[in-house]
Design a protein around this ligand. Sequence first.
Ligand SMILES: [Zn+2]
Length: 284
Amino acid sequence: MGFTLPGRNARGRAVRLDGVLEQVLSAHDYPAPITHLLSEALVLGALMGGLLKGEQSQMTMQAQTNGGTVSLLVCDYRGGALRGYCDFDAERLAGLGANPSLAALFGEGYLAITFETEGRQRYQGIVPLEGNSLAEACQVYFSQSEQIPTLIRVASRAGAGGRSAAGLLVQHLADGEEGRERLHVRMDHPDWEHVAVMAGSISHDELLDPSLSLEAIAWRLFHEEDEVRVQSGAALSRGCRCSAEHYATIIARFPPEEQQAMRNEKGIVVVDCAFCSRLFELAV
Ligand SMILES: [Zn+2]
């Protein structure tokens, strides 16, 4: 769900992942800390992807380290379709306990966020993977790379009915947003300070409460505003673009000798989709 607060020059996104989350997670057999991490990443993917216009626009989020317990976390979004996976050292992870910090998981890492619009314009920002959570690192991305004051809250929990996760993002769109480059991020604009305090008061319980609709959350936080405009967002799904045809097309672009090097002793090229944990055996 999208919303705007015209009187404060602010906009927001709210998402709740239930079935989609289970579908993405079911492709993997991850231990709890990694499931939690990927759930948070998927909520962030849906929140940030929800800022894009156009069905073919894509947001990719990649957290990467050298020598961390988690070496790579990838999540992307296109037209409501979400997918993600995580590479990690299971043995080292087991030594970190049940609730490892972001620093313990990644060590010194960085977060790369890439927005590709339908016109094939590509914008990438890279920030250090710091703070207590992926959500905090994404806030830093928006303030450093896009100069947009942003507050993000993400909640994820395993319950009797499976895992659920939800999140809220609010941003301040300064005056002269369109067509003028802004030189400073003003984190102390009175309108932004107010919106950030209100949005920041949301609790994990409220975000995850299935009896509280996303509209009700926006209303609860901002009912004192003159106007809250709500727009429904794209329907979310688990989506991957892997297929035998897709890989065959890619392989066909390589020179014949390189294609030959890809084949195994049976003449088959085996391709692995990390998002789906699925192997494709291609007789190309
Ligand atoms: Zn796939």
